[in-house]
Design a protein around this ligand. Structure first.
Ligand code: A3P
Length: 319
């Protein structure tokens, strides 16, 4: 969808002409709207999402910057919330038949496709995902009790993940991006839904103000203490595991179903494309903490650490 011809709305076209622009990661240009960078298709989705979405207090919204572990968070959250309707061991579990991004779509992408009104009529709680930064979320979300789970990731691993992912999305004739060029862009904040640090801080600050409504997670903590984090999520969603479920090993079952090995080896995730055009396989690379060490020079790592320290100074947030 980033690349295919799609009809750009009049509203989006008018707006674009007045926005700052810079080099894109997947297509040639990105635009800065409300302080954050978007490709045209994404921007169109953000605008329609802002304009039309009506939040319900029972909604659950998963928020990430791209490459923070969204695919994993979506699978785990879907499995937790729907475990009565879809027992984890069921041979018909939706996660065995559909990619996480089909089961829990990005709401702004639904709007980008269908400028009017996607069908959100499922029974509560409705589970959505988005990459949209806090400041650009629809007013109805700002003014509601929607539960937000935000997952962030160490910027060095996130950059490496994004570098590989976006190169996979680029069509051959556009060539691959060089690591140096994308590193400079990332550092100056020009990143999908970035600056990355501002994206994180928007939700971090909100989680401090409204801890009952905004849960802040780190990919690295999810890797390190998965059972604690899964229990935390179930509690936050208002459906903690019962002693019977615990006895039957539900936490391990959810983690097993949603693990990197499990998801990446499912036939449904091995080949083919998402409705939005991305190849499904591109969402599964290594799924590790610290892969940046295999790619970044010492200077690059130091520079990212310095930016991170500077940006997060005084916020209480550390990596
Ligand atoms: P790497 O590129 O470092 O391997 P997103 O889902 O936000 O697009 O993030 C993608 C990153 O999450 C990729 O990181 C991918 O490999 C990793 N990932 C995907 N599924 C995962 C899973 N089930 N568990 C842990 N990491 C996963």
């Amino acid at each position: 969808k980033y690349l295919q011809n799609f009809e750009v709305s009049e509203e989006c076209n008018d707006l674009i002409s007045s926005l700052p622009k810079d080099r894109g990661w997947v297509v040639p240009i990105m635009y800065q709207y409300q302080g954050f960078w978007h490709h045209t298709w994404q921007l169109q989705g953000v605008l329609a999402f802002q304009k039309h979405f009506l939040a319900q207090d029972t909604d659950i919204l998963l928020v990430t910057a791209p490459k923070s572990g969204t695919t994993w968070l979506k699978a785990i959250s879907f499995a937790i919330i729907n475990r009565i309707q879809y027992p984890i061991a069921s041979k018909n579990h939706p996660l065995l038949k559909n990619n996480s991004h089909v089961v829990v779509p990005f709401v702004e992408q639904l709007y980008a496709d269908d400028n009017s009104n996607p069908d959100f009529s499922e029974t509560p709680p409705r589970l959505f995902a988005t990459h949209v930064p806090y400041v650009s979320l629809p007013e109805s979300i700002h003014n509601s009790k929607v539960k937000i789970v935000y997952m962030c990731r160490n910027p060095k691993d996130l950059f490496i993940s994004a570098f590989h992912f976006t190169n996979k999305l680029r069509p051959e004739h556009m060539g691959t991006n060089s690591m140096e060029e994308m590193f400079d862009l990332f550092c100056k904040g020009v990143f999908l839904y970035g600056p990355y640090w501002d994206h994180v801080l928007g939700f971090w600050n909100e989680s401090l103000k409204r801890p009952k409504e905004v849960l802040f997670l780190k990919y690295e903590e999810m890797k390190e203490q998965p059972t604690t984090q899964v229990r935390k999520l179930a509690e936050f969603y208002g459906c903690p595991f019962t002693p019977e479920e615990e006895k039957e090993g539900i936490v391990d079952a959810i983690l097993g179903l949603c693990s990197f090995e499990s998801l990446s080896n499912m036939e449904v995730n091995k080949k083919g494309y998402l409705p939005t055009g991305e190849m499904k396989q591109a969402y599964f690379r290594k799924g590790e903490v610290g892969d940046w060490k295999n790619h970044l020079t010492a200077e690059m790592a130091e520079k990212l650490d310095m930016i991170t320290e500077c940006k997060f100074q005084g916020s209480g947030l550390k990596f």
